[in-house]
Design a protein around this ligand. Structure first.
Ligand SMILES: *Cc1c(COP(=O)(O)O)cnc(C)c1O
Length: 242
């Protein structure tokens, strides 16, 4: 991974302050308590130094998309709470449970059972949010809204697993306002489940303020805190680079 310059790390604290201010303003516009919004700093592809800078700036909640990267960083970053926001693979469940990661991206019963089983083995409880798919699209992941009730009921039967709420990864949009109806819909979907599914993980750099206005309790912000992500190194794909 590229080593960030010291000035880049200094910039993290300033960016965190700016994001917190925007969250507070959005919460105020919606008549919400800003303390009910957890800022999750998405550190994927960023080096441990950057993650440490976020913790030092008062953001202990760190998000990662790859279990291996999460585990590697957990060994180097003290005082963090880990959030797993990537594709959940069953063979990574043990790692995630042992690190106490809150999984935002639960979207299969097999995944739920893997988390529950590993948690029971470890004598703990795995926490998860259900990723919901509101619009059918080719590359989408998540539980279709129409199947949510059934999926929640099935997950509640899984020993060792506790549901915390719902998560949304909307399709890319030209403006945050275009995404607002989807945020609103996620909040509506959670409502019938009551206090059980009270966490709403929605909103990223492009649209977290709108998400907070619509009830987000967790926003997943990467670029606005760390700056642009280093390009992920791939092997065997020499062609096509810009
Ligand atoms: C990368 C990522 C984010 C953060 O994206 P930014 O636009 O950099 O804020 C949030 N959520 C998920 C699921 C991601 O993969």
């Amino acid at each position: 991974m590229n080593r960030p310059a010291a000035t880049e790390l200094d910039a993290v604290a300033g960016r965190v302050a700016a994001v917190r201010q925007r969250i507070a303003a959005a919460a105020e516009r919606a008549g919400r308590d800003p303390d009910r919004v957890t800022l999750v700093a998405v550190a994927k592809l960023q080096p441990p130094e950057a993650a440490r800078a976020a913790v030092a700036a008062g953001v202990p909640d760190l998000g990662e998309n790859y279990a291996q990267e999460l585990a590697a960083k957990a060994a180097e970053v003290q005082g963090a709470r880990w959030h797993f926001i990537g594709r959940l693979q069953r063979n990574k469940a043990r790692q995630l449970v042992e690190l106490g990661a809150l999984v935002h991206s639960l979207d299969s019963l097999a995944g739920a059972r893997a988390l529950g089983a590993r948690a029971v083995e470890a004598g703990t409880v795995a926490g998860a949010l259900i990723q919901v798919e509101l619009e059918r699209r080719a590359a989408a992941h998540g539980v279709p809204a129409a199947e949510l009730e059934e999926f929640v009921a099935a997950c509640r039967q899984v020993e060792g697993l506790r549901l915390h709420g719902l998560m949304l990864m909307p399709p890319p949009a030209d403006s945050a306002e275009l995404t607002r109806p989807l945020f609103r819909r996620l909040a509506e979907l959670a409502r019938p489940f009551g206090g059980d599914l009270k966490e709403l993980s929605m909103g990223m750099t492009a649209d977290y303020e709108v998400a907070v206005e619509e009830g987000a309790t967790m926003v997943r912000v990467g670029t606005a805190i760390f700056g642009p992500r280093p390009v992920k190194k791939r092997t065997g794909t020499g062609a096509g680079a810009a």
